[in-house]
Design a protein around this ligand. Structure first.
Ligand code: AMP
Length: 217
């Protein structure tokens, strides 16, 4: 299946995309992860993207579309777009990109989460510097503070998960990304899922909404 995950920052797109990837084999393509890797490696693209990311603004469409074109082109089988598209221009470009390779999108899943929960998820979010495992100090803490349960690595707080940047990212979502809900509704591709609760329950709801079992491809 070819999916877009829609939802505010903190709605669990990355977490659920990773789970679906491991259960179903669909490849997670996260623009946020790709951009953070480019920033870390100080590539020319990363250097250009850094200021917008630190401020919680969107990186330019030109940069993001270039990245996605390459990534989608090299992906075989199903995929889950996590964090892309983020505005109408990107959604239109994606539609054209997929039409050109005759692989239209199957569905856009809207991950629905209340504002209060979003804030806690964002301020409490931590990830392992070494293996990338995700935790939350409120909802899914590690056994030992700041130490990854999986590999013993040190935990880090994403630079854009501070309160000021979070406010900005939520405004960007409201103003630029949430219009995509109607965009996909008009195309009969929108599926809304309650994304609050235990991880496994959310995954189950997503799979039910998508009418797949973990044996399907
Ligand atoms: P995320 O990990 O999806 O929350 O993305 C982190 C940051 O990367 C965002 O706040 C943006 O600055 C940038 N970013 C990620 N995806 C996109 C996109 N599709 N378009 C523009 N900027 C993006």
């Amino acid at each position: 299946m070819r999916l877009v995950l829609l939802g505010a920052p903190g709605s669990g797109k990355g977490t659920q995309a990773k789970i679906l990837q491991s259960l179903l084999g669909w490849v997670q393509i996260s623009t946020g992860d790709l951009l953070r890797a480019a920033v870390k490696a100080e590539t020319p693209l990363g250097v250009k993207a850094k200021a917008a990311m630190d401020a919680g603004e969107l990186v330019s469409d030109e940069i993001v579309l270039g990245l996605m074109e390459e990534k989608i082109g090299e992906t075989k089988g199903g995929f889950i777009l996590d964090g892309f598209p983020r505005n109408i221009a990107q959604a239109e470009a994606l539609e054209k990109m997929l039409e050109a390779i005759d692989k239209p999108l199957d569905e856009a899943v809207l991950m629905d989460v209340d504002f209060d929960v979003l804030l806690k998820r964002l301020t409490g979010r931590r990830s392992c510097k070494d293996c990338g495992s995700l935790y939350n100090i409120y909802f899914s803490p590690t056994e030992k503070e700041d130490v990854c349960d999986n590999c013993g690595g040190e935990l880090m707080h994403r630079k854009d998960d501070n309160e000021e940047t979070i406010g900005n990212r939520l405004n960007v979502y409201r103003d630029q990304t949430s219009p995509l809900i109607d965009f996909y509704k008009e195309r009969n591709k929108l599926t809304k899922v309650d994304a609050v609760g235990e991880l496994e329950d959310v995954t189950k709801r997503m799979m039910e909404a998508l009418r797949v079992s973990d044996l399907d491809d």
